[in-house]
Design a protein around this ligand. Structure first.
Ligand code: THU
Length: 123
């Protein structure tokens, strides 16, 4: 899928974000191996530490809609600017896309293996 299209889907997801504490909304979108697009938004919590990143709800959407491996991923801020997934979420994405998952970053397309070297794996 063209990155522009996926960025548009991620931007559309930011309107559902719940970020009253940081004021920083995030939207995420990813392509699944069967061509589906799954999306997510961040959902904060008064305890701060229990905040769910946009990647968390994207992974829930992945499983709720049938599972599978992610092949392309992007997340954006409220202005539609491409941002990089946080460290914890790189591991989360690895579980569902592996090192070959293509991630759009502010510096261009990167394999997840380049963003998370020596990732923890089930085996
Ligand atoms: N956030 C995400 O949704 N994804 C990331 O990869 C980084 C951070 C959210 C969490 C919090 O609601 C806000 O951005 C500020 O950190």
């Amino acid at each position: 899928m063209l990155w522009d299209e996926l960025v548009t889907r991620a931007s559309a997801s930011t309107v559902h974000a719940y970020a009253p504490y940081s004021g920083y909304v995030v939207g995420a979108a990813a392509v699944v191996e069967d061509g589906r697009v799954v999306t997510g938004c961040n959902v904060e919590n008064a305890s701060y530490g229990l905040t769910l990143c946009a990647e968390c709800s994207l992974v829930s959407d992945l499983h709720l809609s049938g599972g599978g491996q992610l092949t392309q991923f992007v997340c954006v801020d409220g202005l539609g600017h491409v941002i990089t997934p946080c460290g914890r979420c790189r591991q989360l994405l690895w579980e569902h896309g592996g090192g070959s998952l293509l991630v759009l970053t502010p510096e261009g397309e990167r394999a997840l293996a380049d963003l998370l070297p020596q990732a923890w794996e089930p085996d």
